[in-house]
Design a protein around this ligand. Structure first.
Ligand SMILES: Cc1ncc(COP(=O)(O)O)c(C=O)c1O
Length: 399
């Protein structure tokens, strides 16, 4: 297949579940067009806003015999290096808006908060969240811009470099000994006890507004993609952590392309396959994380309930990939053999592309996914270099 050396990809075995549940329109009930429009209007007016690039990877597309591969590169997003910049910071300003409206009894605009009109009020509203890195970076960046105190809970395996970046945005970073799901629980408990406000990217029964706003924020990415494409992609390969990214992307694509919307393929690490297991079971299930994946942003054991409600109707395929595909894929993108643009992709960004390449080397899986020479694949390159040290290790071949 083409000139590329894809040895790791030829011998890899992926997990795959196909689940096609008829749509009851959950995507639009949970995330309306107006939710997406409000987020788009707000985020595109932030200082420093610029659409991120949508690359066409023609050499890889030729090598694996598909028509097109589009790679949405979220590395430059607001200087925060991931798509998460669109979610946490937006949900933060929405929480502040609602809280200040409650306090003042007046309707206020997000622009007023951004412009510092409610500095005193913002300084008294503490926002908290758990994170494995990127969501917390977005939230702490937003809080710094709006002048609100921020507390971020991280688990034992989150790198110190990621923690330091959040401290740099003024957040108090609390490191716990447990895993990501425990950090979510602790953030919630301490917020309840202290009158702080949780701005989480994952939802649970009774907690949905901030995670809905987070997903609405991710829609900006899809609006930018749609603007550049004349025809709908046939497939989107999108990474799954708690499912917010996949749900936000799937819902925004469906609003725009309707019946022509691409087939949604969710890709997770083997070590953290909560959406894959949920698809098998037909209900959101929690898995134990025994080994932390190199794809830190995807190392989540518990799906976001609201995201799952969208995903179960909008996604048809769930794939798991082994960690060993990630470093060679990152190196291949950084130093392309042909004329494709070089891309600095982080560990969690490449899972979708890994899955697409392996699937094209496997005739049976290609057939199951409906992939062929006419496929136009959209990849969400969800992060750039979010940890320089890890990235350097990967580039030197040490990981
Ligand atoms: C870079 C990156 N990609 C993908 C994801 C997955 O997003 P979600 O947890 O919303 O499924 C994350 C989550 O942190 C991430 O940081």
């Amino acid at each position: 297949m083409g000139d590329f050396e894809f040895s790791e990809f030829q011998s890899a075995t992926l997990g795959h579940v196909h689940r096609n549940q008829p749509s009851q329109g959950a995507y639009a009930k949970i995330l309306s067009k107006s939710d997406f429009d409000t987020a788009y209007h707000e985020i595109t007016s932030w200082q420093g806003y610029q659409p991120t690039p949508l690359y066409q990877l023609d050499d890889i597309a030729n090598a694996i015999s598909v028509d097109k591969i589009f790679y949405k590169d979220e590395a430059p997003r607001f200087g925060l290096a991931s798509f998460k910049a669109l979610g946490g910071a937006y949900a933060a300003i929405r929480v502040l808006q609602k809280q200040i409206e409650k306090q003042t009894g007046q309707s206020i605009s997000m622009a007023d908060i951004r412009d510092g009109k409610y500095q005193t009020e913002c300084a008294n509203i503490t926002l908290v969240s758990a994170t494995d890195g990127n969501h917390g970076r977005s939230l702490s960046w937003g809080c710094q811009r709006y002048g609100a105190p921020c507390r971020i809970y991280i688990h034992a395996e989150v790198s110190e470099e990621r923690a330091e970046i959040m401290r740099g945005f003024g957040a108090d970073v609390i490191r716990i000994t447990g895993d990501y799901d425990e950090s979510v629980r602790l953030a919630k408990e301490e917020a309840e006890a202290n009158g702080w406000h949780v701005v989480s990217d994952t939802s649970w029964p009774g907690y949905s507004e901030p995670p809905r706003d987070v997903m609405a924020g991710y829609g900006v990415m899809v609006s930018e993609i749609n603007y550049e494409l004349d025809d709908a992609p046939t497939h989107v390969f999108v990474q799954g952590g708690v499912g917010g990214l996949a749900a936000g992307v799937a819902a925004a694509l469906r609003h725009y392309w309707q019946d022509a919307s691409p087939r949604v393929v969710i890709v997770e690490p083997e070590y953290a396959d909560c959406l894959y297991q949920s698809a098998k079971k037909g209900d959101a299930v929690t898995v134990n994380i025994e080994t932390e994946s190199i794809m830190a942003g995807l190392s989540c054991g518990e799906p976001s309930q609201m995201a799952w409600d969208i995903i179960v109707e909008e996604a048809t395929d769930y794939i798991t990939i082994p960690d060993n595909l990630v470093p060679p894929m990152m190196r291949m993108l950084a130093c392309p053999a042909g004329t494709d643009a070089p891309i600095q992709a982080g560990e969690s960004a490449v899972a979708g592309l890994c899955a697409a390449i392996v699937a094209r080397h496997d005739k049976t899986l290609s057939a199951k996914l409906g992939l062929d020479a006419s496929s136009r694949i959209l990849i969400i390159g969800s992060e750039g270099i979010t940890d320089q040290h890890i990235y350097n290790q990967v580039m030197r071949g040490e990981l």
